[in-house]
Ligand binder design. Sequence first.
Ligand code: ZN
Length: 182
Amino acid sequence: MALSGAACAGHQPAPAPVTPGVASSSQSVYLMSRELMVPVSGVRPSQVPDTYTSPRTGGREHRALDILAPRGTPVLAADYGRVLRMRTNPAGGITIYEIDAGNRFVYYYAHLDHYASTLSEGKDVAKGEIIGYVGTTGNAPANEPHLHFQLMKRPNAARWWDGEPIDPKPFLTLPGRPSGKG
Ligand SMILES: [Zn+2]
C-alpha cells in the first residue's frame, strides 16, 4: 500500500478487502521481505506444487502445500523464528508450530518422520536450520512421504493452532538449503 505524506483524517482510503486465503497487501509486503525458504532440503521454489486449493473431504480445501521428498529428507525452518509447539495429532502426525521472528505468522510443519534431536519448544531457529525429517506420520499415505506446510496468520489470544491460513507459495523465494553447511 502506498504511503501518502499528506493524508488527512477525512480522506483515509478504505481498507482493502481481504480475500480469504490470500495475503493482504501489507501482509504480502511483510512476507515478501521475509524471503521464505522452501522448507525441504534440495527443493527449489519452482518445484513446489500448487496444492493449496486442492479439494479435500467434506468440500474443504487443503489450504497448505504438500512438498514431496524421500523419507528422511531434512525439513528446514522456512524463516527465522521460535518453536512454539511440538505436537502429535491424528491428521498431522508429528508436527511443529513455529512463530516468525516478528510474531505475525505461524508456520506449521506436519507428517514428520521425527524431530531434529536439537529441537525443543521455545528454541530460536534460523532460516534453513534442520528442524525435522520428511515422513508419513498422521494421515499421509505410507508410500508418499511429504511435508505438509501451512502458513497462518498468528491468531489472537492463545489459539496458536487456529490461525487463518494464507497460501505460502508466492512467498517461497529461496531454495531449500540447510544453513550452517558451507
Ligand atoms: Zn497436506
